[in-house]
Write a protein that binds this ligand. Structure first.
Ligand code: ADP
Ligand code: MG
Length: 209
């Protein structure tokens, strides 16, 4: 599928489906090391995004990403709402008013998204947050784009790396967010935000591929 406005909107619809499908699992992960609302938070947010897309789909990829950002910021709440909102907003700014995204534009948007999350949440790799999924995703995306990969290839590389990054959070101790209150007891669980980030990127990659 072309990475134009309709393609990006299709990807976002797929993300909403994935989030809804994995809502209970994400909430259960958050129950282990947080307050048990991550799946609900994201399902509410992406449900609202679908309502907005049904009413009117913006006519550029950046417009779709901006709509996602503003909707998530106003509906998700918790720590992850503003963080995912910032990620989509930075991605929107990165793609500007391009009508269609190639591999390098997608990689640049992912990097801008990750940088926005880091600027807002101050988490570093190893702190057991969504940054641990986003950072390897950005590295893989940039390598794929530099190798001439198109948008679908770049997203597939990002999704695979994010899945590994999320799995790698299991032995980590949390140093940011609610899970950090648990100290060493946060060890031995996958971070819910890293897991949801991997689901999100996999859904975008599947939609693009
Ligand atoms: P809350 O913790 O407010 O209940 P959620 O449960 O929706 O919010 O989201 C929790 C997720 O947010 C965590 O699993 C982690 O990935 C992410 N997170 C929390 N704080 C930060 C931070 N400072 N930087 C990056 N990600 C964070
Ligand atoms: Mg929570």
């Amino acid at each position: 599928m072309a990475c134009d406005a309709a393609g990006v909107a299709g990807g976002v619809r797929r993300v909403a489906g994935t989030v809804s499908e994995h809502k209970a699992e994400l909430t259960n992960l958050d129950r282990e090391i947080g307050d048990g609302d991550h799946g609900e938070n994201l399902a509410r947010g992406f449900g609202a995004v679908i309502g907005k897309l049904d009413a009117e789909t913006p006519d550029s990829p950046g417009g779709v990403l901006k709509l996602v950002a503003t909707t998530l910021i106003s509906t998700v709440g918790g720590a992850s709402g503003p963080l995912f909102g910032t990620a989509f907003l930075r991605a929107a700014t990165s793609v500007g008013d391009a009508g269609e995204l190639d591999g390098s534009a997608v990689a640049a948007a992912l990097e801008a998204a990750r940088d926005g999350v880091v600027a807002r949440g101050k988490a570093e790799p190893g702190d057991k947050t969504m940054v641990d999924a986003l950072t390897p995703a950005v590295d893989a995306a940039k390598a794929a784009a530099e190798g001439g990969g198109d948008a679908a290839a770049v997203l597939a590389a990002a999704a695979g790396a994010a899945e590994q990054g999320a799995a790698d959070t299991e032995p980590m101790q949390a140093h940011k967010g609610r899970a950090s209150y648990l100290g060493e007891r946060s060890i031995g669980h996958v971070d819910p935000g890293a897991r949801s980030t991997a689901y999100l990127l996999r859904a975008l990659a599947d939609a693009a591929g």
